[in-house]
Design a protein around this ligand. Structure first.
Ligand code: NAD
Length: 494
């Protein structure tokens, strides 16, 4: 794919190029071409056409980047992106409508409304794990809101980045939607520019770099980050179904390389052995006796991530905690689904987000103890609970702080465009999906408009300020109808 990159971009993308690109986009944006409904619709339709006509190429790119099974590419990248685009096409007219809000008596007569307007030139920087959807999803919000966009796909998924650079310009208005391939130097060159918004998906470490760069220009940011997503597992569930749902949300999402993948399980000491048995039989049913050979599991994206994950498994005293899996194949960057029981809370595997096929189980005396354990750590992107106990569910929703909460399933909340998707605290800033995407890329302009026909005669607001004017205004503000009447008809003392 390096060849494709060279063929497309031709030369190095540096600070000068970034500056020129932003300058051009700013000048074109000011002409207003991206604002009309028709322009926005034509871009969204172009994205849908690209998805439909280039499905095979998308699958090839993801096979090359991650050995991602076609089924997962279709479900998580293609169909979700297409659905998001169709939803935006269906709702766009409504989203663009000014929202009328009440006027106050003090501003009688006037109209008040909130008008969404595009922010301007926005930068989207994305991660490698869902390299197609994580570019397409914010792009949909950005163009629906009428912005010009620069997209910076992840260099860690170079085939998908090359796909966007090659094919996207064939379907959208490339004078307003640009793709920049590249790694840290190119992203740094882009971050040095002044943007109207930066939408970043990736790690918290780079999120801090992005936010610091944005602060120099007072640029607002959305940071879609990760974290350790906990799963609290009760013993009263339909075990077979619950484990299947949890397992597909972990290993069926890029072999655990997903921001919303279950990161660790908390369950009771007494229930843990049963849960481990159910996990073993489910994983065998899903991926056979030799999961390293299964075509239904993505590979680890790069050697450095492979090394990072195997170091978690090889830490002192951790190998004996493995109750299932643990196999690896360095040549093909594959790691089998691996379950570990009773790992210490201060082990490496419990420190940072795992982002891979390893699943530790922590045991507690009673499930309520899990709330404190979760809340004592950085706030996760999602917290999962598997339980039939409605009281526990209520307590979980009330007491656990996370970007989102999902009960009795894993990852599915991501698919509902009526729910905001985003983190809180260490797992991110801002949310998107559906109308939340449109809002993330819009400024809500407050517009109050007064006429002259019904000009009030409340001269009291004008200087010179006198004692009687102050009394009258205080009474009007406190809601005195008589004071308002006197003011309106100019019957008050100055
Ligand atoms: P990554 O390495 O692909 O980096 C993300 C982007 O940041 C890339 O485009 C990269 O070029 C750029 N980048 C990397 N280092 C940089 C630097 N020093 N300066 C400027 N730019 C730089 O992805 P990653 O960070 O490994 O992604 C994995 C993380 O993303 C995980 O923590 C995961 O949870 C999170 N994630 C979050 C979501 C979400 O929607 N909340 C989705 C996917 C992934």
């Amino acid at each position: 794919m390096d060849g494709i990159k060279a063929e497309i971009t031709g030369e190095v993308f540096d600070g000068k190029k970034a500056e020129a690109m932003v300058k051009d986009l700013t000048a074109s944006f000011k002409a207003g071409k991206t604002k009309p409904y028709e322009w926005r619709v034509s871009q969204l339709e172009g994205i849908v056409r690209m998805i439909m006509e280039r499905e095979t190429k998308i699958m090839e790119a993801l096979q090359s980047d991650l050995a991602k099974p076609n089924m997962e590419v279709y479900l998580h990248e293609i169909s979700l992106s297409k659905a998001a685009c169709m939803f935006a096409l269906k709702e766009l007219k409504n989203w663009m409508q000014p929202e009328k809000v009440p006027s106050l008596i003090a501003t009688f007569s006037s109209t008040a409304q909130i008008i969404p307007e595009p922010l301007g030139i926005v930068l989207v920087i994305s991660a490698w794990n869902y390299p197609f959807a994580l570019i397409t999803d914010p792009l949909i919000g950005a163009v629906a809101a009428g912005n010009a966009v620069v997209l910076k796909p992840s260099e860690v998924a170079p085939s998908t980045a090359a796909f966007f650079a090659k094919f996207l310009p064939q379907y959208v208005d490339s004078s307003f939607i640009k793709v920049v391939e590249g790694a840290v130097p190119e992203t740094t060159a882009l971050l040095d520019q002044k943007w109207d918004k930066i939408f970043y998906t990736g790690s918290g470490k780079v999120g801090r770099i992005v936010m610091a760069a944005a602060a120099k220009h007072l640029t607002p940011v959305a940071l879609e980050l990760g974290g350790k997503c906990p799963v609290v597992f009760d013993s009263d569930v339909n075990l077979k179904v619950a484990v299947k749902r949890m397992a597909v949300g972990k290993w069926g999402c890029n072999n655990g390389q997903a921001c919303i993948a279950p990161d660790y399980i908390i369950t009771t000491k007494s229930f843990a052995p049963k849960l481990v048995d159910a996990l073993k039989s489910t994983l065998e049913e899903f991926y056979g006796e030799d999961p390293l050979e299964s075509a239904d599991l993505s590979r680890i994206v790069s050697f450095s991530h492979f090394k990072r994950l195997t170091e978690l498994l090889d830490e002192e005293n951790i190998p004996e905690k493995i109750v299932y899996g643990g196999e690896r194949d360095e040549k093909h960057l594959k790691i089998a689904p691996t379950v570990l029981l009773d790992v210490p809370c201060d082990s490496l595997i419990m420190k940072d987000e795992i982002f891979g096929p390893l699943l530790p189980i922590i045991t507690v005396e009673k499930l309520e103890d899990s709330f404190e354990l979760i809340n004592s750590r950085p706030k996760p992107l999602v917290a999962y609970l598997f339980s039939k106990n409605k009281k526990l569910e209520e307590e979980f929703v009330q007491n656990v702080s996370a970007g989102g909460i999902l009960i009795n399933d894993a990852a599915l909340h991501f698919t509902n465009p009526h729910l905001p998707f985003g983190g809180v605290g260490d797992s991110g800033i801002g949310a998107y999906h559906g109308k939340f995407s449109f809002d993330a890329f819009s400024h809500k302009k407050a517009v109050l408009s007064r006429g002259y026909a019904t000009e009030m005669r409340i001269r009291a607001r004008y200087p010179p300020y006198t004692y009687h004017k102050q009394i009258l205004l205080r009474r009007i503000i406190d809601g005195s109808f008589i004071a308002l009447f006197l003011g309106l008809f100019g019957l008050h003392r100055d």
